[in-house]
Every structure is written in structure tokens, then in C-alpha cells.
Design a protein around this ligand. Structure first.
Ligand SMILES: C[S@@+](CC[C@H](N)C(=O)[O-])C[C@H]1O[C@@H](n2cnc3c(N)ncnc32)[C@H](O)[C@@H]1O
Length: 245
């Protein structure tokens, strides 16, 4: 199979999620989803994954070498849950001085991102396949210029709130990987999650809000499919932008 590396690693039953900072059987923040790929996505995955893909390393692996991954030393932006990749690619195209690492578990989204990045001839985009929390745990402390968490799954039922990506323990991990002055930028159209995010981010001892209350969408964050749906449904979108002190 042309993209055997991707297929093998994505189904590997070894305990890649186990890291010292996470429980042995972590509570996942995502729904396992199947999805059909278009011919174009299948082709993009086969050709581009070996060049621009990163399988989220296991617990005992050495820290991810970001300069090696991108082939240069530049500030790195991590986008968690990049979906179909539109936002990552648009932001990377507008910001060639920084490198963009997207992380997703949904294979068609990973393939789509690789396709979009190639179509725009971007050299500053890489994509990781696996759980973002495992990836972040494997990054060197202080190695990120920004972390983007745009429209994370809201897990609206109370009994599922433990699955939310924006919660104190995860925020502390994300903050530890930001450089001083680095930015954690979240956005959501789920009002109750927005309030919970704000309480969590305000309470983090190492983060400082860049705004009073909620921020409005900064011009550099493109409008996503989720945002368009929210606007049509009359749900306001909240941005939350915090700096590491
Ligand atoms: C609601 S979608 C939003 C996608 C995209 N950010 C957008 O605005 O269009 C949330 C995405 O986060 C991904 N996701 C959730 N938890 C994740 C995790 N721990 N690691 C990697 N991806 C994750 C899901 O697979 C899903 O594609």
C-alpha cells in the first residue's frame, strides 16, 4: 500500500497515549469517526504524508524535534483539532514567517489539509496524526509561539464535560509548551463552553487575558465552516486570547 506508514501507525495498538502526565487509559476529547476520502484526498495522503506527516510519538520517545520537522528554526503555531485544514492552511499562507503544525485524529481531514497545503505550495505546514494531548506532552517546554483551539467539540452533556479539551489540566499542559509571551487562542460558538473556557483560562496562574470579557474574531482568524453554521443559527462566536506571562 502506498501510504503503508500512515495505515500501520494509525492502527498500531501499542500504548501511544501513555505519558507520565496522563492516566494510562486517558479520557479522549474526540469521537472516533469514520469518513470516506475522495480520490484527491487519497492521492494527497499517499504522496504527501511521508513528506509532511508526523505520527504522534509514544510515551518514551524523545521530544519532537520541531526544527527538524520543518527544516528551519522559526516560531511554531500548533493548531489542535484542525478539522479539514482550511484554517491552518489559510493562516499559514498569510504568515510565512511562522511554521504551522496541525494535529488531528480524522484521516480525511489530515488528507484534505495536505492537499490544500500542496495546492498553495506552502512549505510551512506539517500535520500530526493522533491525540493532540499526547503530541503536546511530547513537545519541548516553551517551544510554541501560539496554540490555536478553534471550535473544539463542545461535549454539551454534563457527564461528558470531562472530555473537553479546554479544562484546567490540559490548559496547564498547553501553557507549559508556550514560550513566554506565547498566545493561547480559543474560539467556540457554544455559549456555556465559552463561559467555562473563560473561567478556566482566567484561573490559570500563568496566563493573562489580552481582552476584557470575550474577544471578537481577530482578522487573522478565518471564518470556518463551523462559524458560518453558527452565524446562520444565530449563535454568537466567542474568541478567547491569552498570553503566557
Ligand atoms: C468540531 S471540530 C472543529 C474543526 C476545526 N477546528 C474547525 O473549526 O473547522 C473539532 C475537531 O477536533 C478534533 N479533535 C478533538 N480532540 C482532539 C485531540 N485530542 N487530538 C486531535 N484532534 C482532536 C476532532 O477530530 C475534530 O475534527
Amino acid at each position: 500500500m502506498a501510504y503503508a506508514r500512515f495505515a500501520v501507525t494509525s492502527t498500531d495498538p501499542s500504548p501511544t497515549a501513555v505519558r507520565a502526565s496522563h492516566p494510562a487509559r486517558p479520557i479522549r476529547t474526540f469521537h472516533p469517526r469514520r469518513g470516506r476520502m475522495t480520490t484527491r484526498q487519497t492521492d494527497a495522503l499517499a504522496r504527501l504524508w511521508p513528506l509532511h506527516g508526523l505520527t504522534v510519538p509514544g510515551g518514551d520517545a524523545a521530544p519532537v524535534d520541531l526544527a527538524g520537522l520543518f527544516g528551519r528554526r522559526a516560531p511554531v503555531v500548533l493548531e489542535i483539532g484542525s478539522g479539514m485544514g482550511d484554517t491552518t492552511v489559510a493562516m499559514a499562507a498569510a504568515d510565512p514567517g511562522r511554521d504551522y503544525l496541525a494535529v488531528e485524529v480524522h484521516t480525511p481531514g489530515i488528507a484534505n489539509l495536505l492537499d490544500l497545503a500542496e495546492r498553495r505550495a506552502l512549505t510551512n505546514v506539517r500535520v500530526a496524526e493522533g491525540d493532540a494531548l499526547d503530541l503536546v506532552a511530547g513537545l519541548p517546554p516553551g517551544s510554541l509561539d501560539a496554540v490555536h483551539v478553534f471550535f473544539p467539540d463542545p461535549w454539551p452533556k454534563s457527564r461528558h464535560h470531562k472530555r473537553r479539551i479546554v479544562q484546567p489540566r490540559h490548559v496547564a499542559l498547553l501553557r507549559s509548551r508556550l514560550a513566554a509571551g506565547g498566545v493561547l487562542h480559543c474560539a467556540t460558538d457554544w455559549a456555556e463552553y465559552a463561559t467555562a473556557m473563560r473561567m478556566t483560562l482566567d484561573a490559570d496562574p500563568g496566563l493573562v487575558a489580552t481582552h476584557e470579557g470575550f474577544a471578537s474574531r481577530p482578522p487573522h482568524r478565518p471564518v470556518t465552516k463551523f462559524e458560518r453554521r453558527a452565524i446562520v443559527a444565530g449563535r454568537p462566536v466567542a474568541d478567547l486570547i491569552y498570553r503566557r506571562a
